[in-house]
Design a binder for this molecule. Sequence first.
Ligand code: ADP
Length: 500
Amino acid sequence: MARTHVLALDQGTTSSRAILFDAEGNVRGVAQKEFEQSYPQPGWVEHDPLDLWSSQAGVAAEVLSRAGLGADDLAAVGITNQRETTVLWDRRTLQPVANAIVWQDRRTAPEVERLRAAGAEGLVRERTGLLLDPYFSATKLAWLLDNVDGARRRAERGELAFGTVDAWLTARLTGEHVTDVSNASRTLLYDVHRGCWDEELLELFRVPRALLPEVVPSSGVVTEVAYEPLAGVPLAALAGDQQAATFGQACYAPGQAKNTYGTGCFLVLNSGREAVASPSRLLTTVLWQLGEGPVEYALEGSIFMAGAVVQWLRDGLGIIRSAPEVEQLALSVPDSGGVTFVPAMTGLGAPHWDPYARGTVVGLTRGTTAAHLARAALEGIALQVADVVDAMSRDSGVPLAELRVDGGAARNDLLMQLQADLLGVSVVRPQITETTALGAAYLAGLAVGVWPDQATIGALWREDRRFEPRLAEALRGELRERWAAAVERARGWAAPTGEA
Ligand code: ADP
């Protein structure tokens, strides 16, 4: 049988998935396995790297055997992964020297504060396009080097290897020590303008150069997989999850953007060959590099509470029994009855960046019902997205043409309609919403010729439904103004006395 299928390995924060695609971009099989989350102390989040590897290898074998296919049927395999999570392993034995520190982990907050006080943020922002924050890999890596017995000494002797999860899985699959440019751009160690590891940043974060992987394109053959069920298949793509999703959404032109509505929201705007600096404190990040082509960039904005606010309506308030029920409840009223809900339960992300903001509901009257609250919650998700889109348009100078959407909460038609209404642009949902895995498959297939070019892949993108803005301009303005006033009331609420 011809090598016509492409396998995407999607190593996420809570589960490892393997999805098999055919040459038309159709899903031919899915296997998924959750793995253990470890919380050794408040604010700490760890994964056992061997769990990441064994769950990922397991689902890869499972999806193939269930489809009755083998390595010979695969044209390529691509990896997409939870970003920033930091793994340190022994180069020779491929054994991890400690648990991986997950992107959510805040243990390095004091070190970040120290670096900020020392005036390091300007350099970091200028070189990496990111913020000085524990979220990214560099301080996590330094923590491991300082706290795992003998690690720093061994790292300096060249015995250890650092990588994000793409690099870790690649090492296990092929024995190579590489990462792609999209993952490298999330470490705080990579100069996104010059396209190389940065000596000054390595010094700042006290990271020995010998630890670092070689940086390769996001789409391109790394080498053949050595691991048995996939032996001989070219590993042909590595990409961070949000970048892969943007590729799966075929946002190939500058000005195109996608938004993923999951627990939170991740907005990514393609800015083309230009790394746009963001006065609004969005992240400037590498989108991808296709083969020997130029590096392309994006602006990224994240929102902490999106689908999670629907979970809160279900579990915290108990006004719905399941997440999809929120739609019927919200549709039972024509509007939110003057209620505005700022879902800042865990602070506000882009573009407000206020860790002290807290969830705020304003405009309650005697007539307010659960339905009004549900509707205000959905509006609150869409209004947060509108704030980020505004910041993106302002910083990039390109107005948004349309928004492509995916993620669990994008199934909610009312939310998508509210989003179109509040943005004043079309919101478009594709038929395949597994865009992260799809993107990894496309990136891999592109490298080996399953698809000759991006135009061919773009033509496979199929619309499920398009939501056109229906709200009058004046009404949109009024809702956005009321929202801005409510955000002001939410801000700084939990600040220690004297700092609000
Ligand atoms: P993640 O990848 O972050 O776990 P998913 O993409 O699986 O998220 O989406 C799950 C989130 O979407 C949950 O927070 C859930 O509350 C929300 N959700 C699922 N279905 C709906 C729906 N029909 N309307 C609104 N929110 C929904």
